[in-house]
Design a protein around this ligand. Structure first.
Ligand SMILES: [Zn+2]
Length: 110
């Protein structure tokens, strides 16, 4: 029984990644969606990573002081990545994985 558990711990799980670059062409505007292609559905989630721009020192200090005193943009603090129509296949892969995970969870609960 214990050997089986150890075998599961060392099992290689394929990581799947899709990279989305912004329509604007700025390579710092990118999103990476990553998930584990695990047949056992132990991790049904998709991890979404954004690149965070690094501002010059004085701008970071200015923003830090503004943050301490609670100043915020009236629009909130958002970045954006504009997806291109040709990204639909990558997005479909993400959606297919989430649907598969959702169906597996639903199946276990019923
Ligand atoms: Zn952009």
């Amino acid at each position: 029984m214990r050997n089986t558990a150890n075998k599961d711990m060392t099992k290689k799980v394929k990581t799947v990644e899709e990279l989305f670059l912004c329509e604007c062409g700025d390579t710092s505007d990118q999103v990476i969606m990553r998930w584990f292609d695990d047949q056992d559905d132990k991790c049904p989630n998709v991890y979404v990573s954004f690149f965070l721009r690094k501002n010059p020192l004085w701008k970071r200090i200015k923003l830090g002081i503004q943050y301490i005193f609670g100043k915020r943009s009236k629009y909130g603090e958002f970045g954006e990545v504009i997806l291109k129509p040709e990204d639909y296949e990558k997005m479909q892969k993400v959606t297919d994985f989430l649907k598969k995970s959702y169906d597996a969870i639903e199946k276990k609960e019923t």
